[in-house]
Design a protein around this ligand. Structure first.
Ligand code: SF4
Length: 275
């Protein structure tokens, strides 16, 4: 861990740094820091905080287990497939989930230390997982304290109470993963086309993610999720081959015809335009 971050982390009462992990007084488990800088899909520079996806109990080969943080375990969810099947990845997500559940106060102090020390500007809350009770209030305080940080998340939770409050911030957007009257915000191309049509006919702000037609697309160059109430995803990581779908050309043309989302340099003036 770099020196400036270590110094900030060790100012938090009861926390010590051991290598790249942290120890908390009275607890024998070591925990990773909450934020990670990008991944192959999202792109470097887009930091993210992930917890265990799925509502069911996830068990590792060593018998370690934890309940996921989503309200449901959805069929075809990318966060239950691919890399997320590896025990090592699930073990780290379990630790972050436990850190958040057992020590929410420390969790958000660590988030603040990372934002300051790593100069975080873009933060995707939950590359996997969903809100635990009380968690959205912690993120509300973070994004209020760091108005220059642009954040977004996806949730299947109802948009009310603390989640609605978080959604009200100008530098934060919540993408609604459940589309009223339709279902999830991902699926095969025929479903995406129908859902897109329904949402636009209702006058809702909606964007279809380019990742479905362009493997080089990543979130650092796209403000789609920072600006839209709904973002639709062509199902991926589940064996569905979108390129072989007879409707592929139709979705390709639709994605290409969408207004290009702005860049993050111009975003602060644009955030909130959809509310
Ligand atoms: S729409 Fe843009 S920001 Fe959202 S997941 Fe796709 S690439 Fe990332």
């Amino acid at each position: 861990m770099k020196k400036s971050l270590k110094e900030k982390v060790e100012k938090i009462a009861g926390v010590q740094v051991i290598g790249n992990m942290i120890a908390i007084d009275g607890d024998s488990e070591l925990y990773p820091l909450p934020l990670v800088d990008g991944n192959a899909k999202i792109g470097k520079g887009v930091w993210h905080a992930s917890t265990l996806p799925g509502a069911g109990v996830i068990t590792l080969k060593n018998g370690d287990s934890e309940r996921g943080t989503c309200p449901v375990t959805c069929p075809g969810c990318y966060a239950m497939t691919g890399n997320y099947c590896f025990d090592a990845i699930r073990a780290i997500l379990m630790k972050r989930t436990r850190l958040l559940k057992k020590y929410p106060h420390i969790y958000f102090l660590l988030v603040a230390a990372q934002i300051e020390s790593e100069n975080v500007k873009l933060l995707r809350v939950h590359a996997s997982g969903d809100f635990l009770p009380g968690e959205a209030s912690g993120w509300y305080e973070i994004f209020k304290a760091f108005p220059h940080v642009i954040g977004w998340t996806y949730t299947k939770c109802e948009i009310k109470g603390e989640i609605k409050k978080l959604d009200s911030l100008n530098n934060f957007n919540i993408v609604k993963s459940i589309v009223p009257g339709c279902g999830f915000n991902y699926g095969h191309i025929d479903y995406i086309l129908k859902t897109y049509e329904k949402l636009t006919s209702r006058g809702e702000s909606v964007y279809v993610c380019r990742c479905g037609i362009d493997k080089n697309q990543h979130c650092k160059n796209c403000t789609g999720c920072a600006l839209n109430k709904y973002v639709l995803f062509i199902e991926h990581s589940t064996g569905y081959n979108a390129a072989a779908d007879p409707l592929y050309n139709e979705i390709y043309d639709l994605i290409e015809s969408q207004e290009k989302p702005g860049t993050f340099e111009t975003l602060p003036a644009m955030v909130g335009a959809y509310v």
